[in-house]
Design a binder for this molecule. Structure first.
Ligand code: ADE
Length: 250
């Protein structure tokens, strides 16, 4: 099944350009996903084609008027649901959200600009709001593209190789173990000998221990979220000589 993604944006060319590139472009060629971009300026009724106006109650900046957005959504045959607005006040985006979206037949991403959307658009035609993080972007396009890329990589055939997104960060609730490639010695720094040993069981244990170590050090919140460490994991860390709690580190 081809995932359908509708994107409403005032910069359709920017969205298309990135969606044509690299992983996303190749996955579209293989019909893993399909992109329908709508410039909601096209749905404006006035000669100036204005999409924004000053905020009621005063204040800086401009607010997107509701009608062009609503009309674009209503006039699109087969528009993908749910309709997701990109706003800094939305649910934080995560691997869990990407996984949920990857299981749908499609979704619509609504990209804001300026000071954002008229609240009535969010209250009526929008099903949910998603944020990329605790910072403010000039518009939703980069957030939309991040979400599309994170979702498409999870789809069957999204990377052209179903293995690749399985073992990586966040899938198991852990950060990814360190990776090395050739040369074996680079500027005096050696690749860990174990990775060149050909002992696949030992390599798998080393990688697991490294993923745990990194996550304990950098993202103790992720360890907590998965309910701490199992007895087996504690044993593995001990065996590999990895210090267990960030407090012990320093
Ligand atoms: N638009 C502006 N800032 C944003 C953010 N942090 N996430 C998603 N969309 C946005």
């Amino acid at each position: 099944m081809t995932l359908r993604v509708d994107v409403l944006s005032l910069f359709p060319e920017a969205v298309r350009a990135y969606a044509d590139t690299s992983v996303l472009g190749r996955a579209r060629e293989r019909d893993v996903w399909q992109l329908v971009v709508h410039d909601f300026r096209e749905a404006t009724g006035d000669v100036h084609r204005s999409v924004d106006d000053t905020p009621y109650g005063g204040g800086a900046g401009m607010v997107l008027t509701p009608e062009p957005i609503a009309r674009t959504l209503e006039d699109t045959p087969g528009l993908a649901r749910p309709v997701i607005a990109l706003t800094p006040s939305g649910t934080p985006f995560s691997h869990a959200v990407a996984t949920r979206l990857a299981q749908l037949g499609g979704f619509t991403l609504l990209c804001g600009r300026y000071e954002g959307f008229d609240q009535r658009i969010l209250d009526t035609v929008v099903d949910e709001e998603v944020s990329l993080g605790d910072f403010v972007l000039a518009g939703g396009e980069l957030a939309a593209l991040c979400i599309i890329e994170a979702v498409v990589r999870l789809l069957p055939g999204g990377l052209g190789n179903d293995e690749s997104s399985v073992e990586e960060s966040f899938g198991a609730g852990l950060l990814e173990y360190p990776q090395y490639t050739k040369p074996a010695t680079w500027r005096g720094r050696e690749v860990p000998a174990l990775l060149r040993s050909g002992n696949h069981a030992a390599i798998a244990r080393w990688r697991r221990a490294q993923a745990l170590r990194l996550t304990i050090e950098r993202r103790p919140d992720l360890i907590e979220r998965r309910g701490g460490l199992s007895a087996q994991e504690r044993e593995l860390l001990e065996e590999m000589g990895v210090v267990e709690s960030p407090a012990q580190n320093g």
